[in-house]
Design a protein around this ligand. Structure first.
Ligand code: SF4
Length: 199
């Protein structure tokens, strides 16, 4: 049995990361139908496409579990848009959240509570296992992400030892930080830390 795509959460695009990875060209973009397709006869169940998918929208099925996975997909209530919300520690899905160090300097005196997430290429984790970040904070908290790959200023300034890292500011003053990744199973732990800081 071949790999199987969950179109409820797949963004079904010709930029699918699995297209160039598939060793047998079983996974293709059908330009006439404008959809991804898997050729059952060509698929060798290697799992490369499943590993490459950032939202885990492809599973590799054996004879036994193909029907089970199909039913699981039918019951899935998620939509593609559910995945495109900003998550702690994962790739940025909302490009408006991404700011530069220079822009950060221009907003640093804001009175409103503000959280800045610092990350780099090595700290990026799985999208699907990452916590939707905005729901951790009180209403009105500003949230942005900064890629520290090319500018280490904030890392040095706030003595950050581990990425990703959340920096908390209020009334233009630095309040506290939370270092290291927390996945969805650790949401309560992270929430507790955020509440302790008063956000
Ligand atoms: S499981 Fe392997 S062969 Fe099958 S579609 Fe995915 S990458 Fe291609």
């Amino acid at each position: 049995m071949p790999a199987i795509i969950n179109f409820k959460i797949c963004d079904n695009s010709d930029e699918c990361s699995g297209l160039s990875i598939c060793p047998t060209q079983a996974l293709i973009w059908n330009n006439n139908k404008k959809t991804l397709e898997i050729d059952e006869l060509k698929c060798i169940n290697c799992g490369s496409c499943a590993k490459a998918c950032p939202v885990r929208a492809i599973k590799v099925a054996t004879d036994k579990d193909f029907e089970f996975i199909k039913k699981e997909y039918e019951k899935d209530k998620r939509k593609t848009s559910d995945l495109f919300i900003e998550r702690f520690g994962s790739q940025s899905t909302d490009k408006s959240s991404l700011i530069s160090y220079a822009y950060f300097q221009s907003i640093t005196n804001k009175k409103e509570p503000m959280v800045i997430e610092l990350f780099n290429n090595d700290s990026i984790m799985c999208l699907i296992k990452s916590i939707p970040i905005r729901e951790l904070f009180k209403k009105g908290v500003l949230y942005n992400k900064i890629d520290t790959e090319s500018d280490q200023t904030l890392i040095n300034q706030y003595k950050v030892k581990e990425l990703p890292c959340l920096l908390f500011f209020e009334n233009g003053q630095f309040k506290d930080k939370i270092e290291g990744y927390f996945d969805t199973t650790q949401k309560e732990k992270l929430l507790e830390k955020v509440k302790k800081i008063g956000f």
